[in-house]
Design a protein around this ligand. Structure first.
Ligand SMILES: NC(=O)C1=CN([C@@H]2O[C@H](COP(=O)(O)OP(=O)(O)OC[C@H]3O[C@@H](n4cnc5c(N)ncnc54)[C@H](OP(=O)(O)O)[C@@H]3O)[C@@H](O)[C@H]2O)C=CC1
Ligand SMILES: Cc1cn([C@H]2C[C@H](O)[C@@H](COP(=O)(O)OP(=O)(O)O[C@H]3O[C@@H](C)C(=O)[C@@H](O)[C@H]3O)O2)c(=O)[nH]c1=O
Ligand SMILES: [Mg+2]
Length: 305
């Protein structure tokens, strides 16, 4: 099966390329800038029509949540107009599209895990553009699966796990918000799920699905687990101080609760992601082996390391 995935260096695309390398029956073609630019719809159409994939995975997006508040037009062009061009090219080829979206489409004010049909009410420019992208994709290509995921991390690219380890290599203690809840998701698990959907006999199904790591935490709980694992492996660690969002000012206000119920995905595709803790361990181990192989902590005032 020939799969086209959008983006070259993103977390999800890199994880897909890695996973597909082990599968003989899958040819994965990643397309990205400069030839394929979501901000330039003709380049999108041309690239996809030339590759003629059997299915398209739409993983590229403008993902800088804070910067999007000041770059609305660019975020919209990439996430909405660009994604619509991807879905339209897939429709011209009469092939399905798996389009990735986010927990940030929800306001985060409800106290339970969000279901696919719950009302989306984004509070950030990024979340708004992703919601509009879902609707644009669905309206131009009837053969769509919208896969909403959350808090994605991996050995690759920019993500919370790599940020925490980098900061811990320089500081003893980190303040991390404890009043935003969600489901950390390893891009390695997400890649496995995407390939499952792409090759599933039911791939003509359409609709929205939630797929995220199993179990809930907040960002400070996530950070603590990263450091527990890293410390045991001889990598960087730091004390985590719980702080409130109101004490950590950011341009975009994140949802307080963006946990996603993944029951529908499990019901239809028979698969659930590992516990978020187990997946963090896998990824932290890889990052330490690669980026901190001979790490030795700096001696810190009055503290044993
Ligand atoms: N990261 C997260 O926590 C979450 C992500 N998602 C969604 O999952 C998907 C994948 O995210 P993730 O892999 O983490 O993203 P990354 O931020 O790691 O990567 C973004 C990708 O988009 C590509 N891209 C950005 N702008 C353009 C453009 N104008 N033209 C072409 N490609 C472009 C980048 O290109 P290049 O290769 O050139 O850098 C890169 O490949 C996105 O749709 C995102 O909205 C959903 C929930 C959580
Ligand atoms: C670096 C740092 C962050 N934080 C907080 C800020 C924020 O509330 C939270 C996470 O910060 P980040 O900037 O990594 O997260 P953010 O960019 O909001 O991550 C989001 O990205 C987009 C693309 C998505 O789709 C979402 O699912 C989600 O993963 O941690 C601290 O409290 N202390 C720190 O030292
Ligand atoms: Mg970020």
């Amino acid at each position: 099966m020939k799969i086209l995935v959008t983006g070259k260096n993103g977390q999800v695309v890199t994880s897909l390329v890695e996973a597909a390398a082990y599968m003989d029956d899958i040819e994965l073609i990643a397309v990205g800038r400069p030839d394929f630019d979501l901000a330039d719809p003709p380049s999108v159409r041309q690239t996809i029509l030339a590759v003629k994939p059997e299915i398209v995975v739409s993983a590229a997006a403008y993902t800088a949540v804070d910067r999007a508040e000041d770059e609305r037009n660019l975020a919209y062009a990439v996430n909405v107009t660009g994604a619509a061009a991807v879905a339209e090219a897939a429709a011209v080829l009469r092939v399905p599209i798996i389009h990735l979206s986010t927990d940030y489409v929800f306001s985060g004010t409800d106290p339970y895990p969000y279901l696919e049909d719950d009302e989306a009410e984004p509070k950030t420019v990024y979340g708004y553009t992703k919601l509009r992208s879902e609707r644009a994709v669905a309206s131009v290509n009837p053969r769509h699966i919208i896969l909403r995921t959350s808090w994605v991390y991996s050995p690759f690219g920019a993500n919370f796990v790599r940020t925490m380890l980098r900061i811990a290599a320089e500081r003893d203690s980190i303040g991390v918000v404890s009043d935003q809840w969600g489901n950390p998701t390893s891009a390695l698990d997400l890649a496995a799920a995407i390939l499952l959907v792409a090759t599933h006999p039911a791939r003509h199904y359409s609709g929205i699905y939630h797929l995220a790591g199993t179990g809930e935490t907040n960002w400070s709980g996530f950070a603590r687990h990263i450091f527990d694992v890293s410390r045991a492996l001889g990598g960087p660690f730091a004390d985590v101080e719980d702080i409130r969002s109101s004490d950590y000012r950011t341009r975009a206000k994140r949802p307080a609760n963006s946990c996603l119920s993944t029951d529908k995905f499990e019901r239809v595709f028979g698969w659930r992601a590992p516990s978020w803790q187990a997946s963090v361990e896998t990824v932290v181990r890889r990052i330490i082996d690669r980026d901190y192989p001979n790490y030795s902590p700096q001696p810190r005032d009055g503290q044993e390391v």
